[in-house]
Design a binder for this molecule. Sequence first.
Ligand SMILES: *[C@@H]1O[C@H](CO)[C@@H](O)[C@H](O)[C@H]1NC(C)=O
Ligand SMILES: *[C@@H]1O[C@H](CO)[C@@H](O)[C@H](O)[C@H]1NC(C)=O
Ligand SMILES: *[C@@H]1O[C@H](CO)[C@@H](O)[C@H](O)[C@H]1NC(C)=O
Ligand SMILES: *[C@@H]1O[C@H](CO)[C@@H](O)[C@H](O)[C@H]1NC(C)=O
Length: 375
Amino acid sequence: MKIVLSVAALASVAYADITFNVVGYPSTNTGAFGVNVGDQIIKLASNETTFPVWTGTVPGSTGATEYAYVELNAAGAAVKTEPFKRKLSDPAATTTPNEFFERQTTVWGLPRIPYTYFATYPSNTKAFRAEQIATFHVTAPAALMAGMLADPMNAQNVKADIRFISNDTIHSQTNVTFGLSGKSSKEHVKQAFRFKFDTAISQKFFHRPNLKLRSMVMDPTMMREMLYIDMLNSAGVATQQGAWVRLFINNEPYGLYLMVDDISGSFLKQTVHGGDSKVANGSLVQMNAFPENGQQFNADLVYKGPSLADYQKGNYDSKKLGPGDTAEEPIKELIDFMKDLQDFDPASTPDPIAYWEQRMDFDGFLRCMALEYLG
Ligand SMILES: *[C@@H]1O[C@H](CO)[C@@H](O)[C@H](O)[C@H]1NC(C)=O
Ligand SMILES: *[C@@H]1O[C@H](CO)[C@@H](O)[C@H](O)[C@H]1NC(C)=O
Ligand SMILES: *[C@@H]1O[C@H](CO)[C@@H](O)[C@H](O)[C@H]1NC(C)=O
Ligand SMILES: *[C@@H]1O[C@H](CO)[C@@H](O)[C@H](O)[C@H]1NC(C)=O
């Protein structure tokens, strides 16, 4: 009995039909993709819920089968074949990951930077997986997109349909708010983008509904920000998470981007408060690091007076009012903090550390400063 069973088990591995999945944009509207198995080309299928993923099961293929993806013309003839052979990394698997056409590696084994401290709340989300480059497929009204890119300074958000494709996930969402991101980055040809998934109408993105796609135009290595995120995680500092993605808008390639959390209420809830929705909301202020338009100061946390009017416009933008803020004085809590900072005298304060621990996450602040100094 035992012998028969194990033979049956072996047989099911050896003859398992493999389902192939390739991510590809045909060079013409009538093109398609296929897979070359044993010098036979099998056409793969794609439809409006899966495009640009092309899928098909090849009878008789096994985990040991070598294969290559091919781009096909309307007649089904190969116009381009991958110049390398693929093989499943897990011989017992019956489906390939979603593999990008002409990119040999889908998931890299990247060693993690060791954690010196535990991350405050290690981010367990499918959105950010640094071992792979996911594909962000965006479909948006062409005329509105053209308008947005033609005049970035006055760009309006649009509603877009998005599809996020990783090695093992295809996540689609319609009617997502999509627009340009950043200030100085708008001066570059390669624009940065932002998505907002509206949780009020059940739009989801792996618990991270506010995302930015950074263009990384200032960094030719395209690695600095990701490395810094890794280091902050390693030091247990609450931070944005990130991962690289390929961006396609209306089937046109826009390049490699770093997808990161946009700092928002939901980000703070997930990252700082471990998803606890009962934590009271504090104030959220966006500070500008670069003096602009002939301004003298940036957001340097120097106390200049008790009222918002005492601070240069644009240096401190209130994003959310805290319990001590009002509509008239939206950064009152921050101003109180700056005043404490100015008045602080370590010599006359009985317990200086306790003084600051009451006002801030002192330990997190010191870790941030250490990394700021090193980075
Ligand atoms: C699209 O393709 C997927 C995968 O092959 C399949 O599961 C799905 O039913 C198809 N949808 C439509 C609308 O044909
Ligand atoms: C997808 O990639 C992740 C790493 O980013 C890996 O942990 C996971 O096992 C992969 N899934 C499949 C089905 O290959
Ligand atoms: C699209 O989203 C907006 C909110 O952002 C909502 O008011 C509108 O009803 C949605 N439209 C569709 C077709 O879902
Ligand atoms: C915090 O603000 C969000 C809206 O941004 C709200 O949904 C949530 O209920 C607030 N939490 C508390 C505890 O007030």
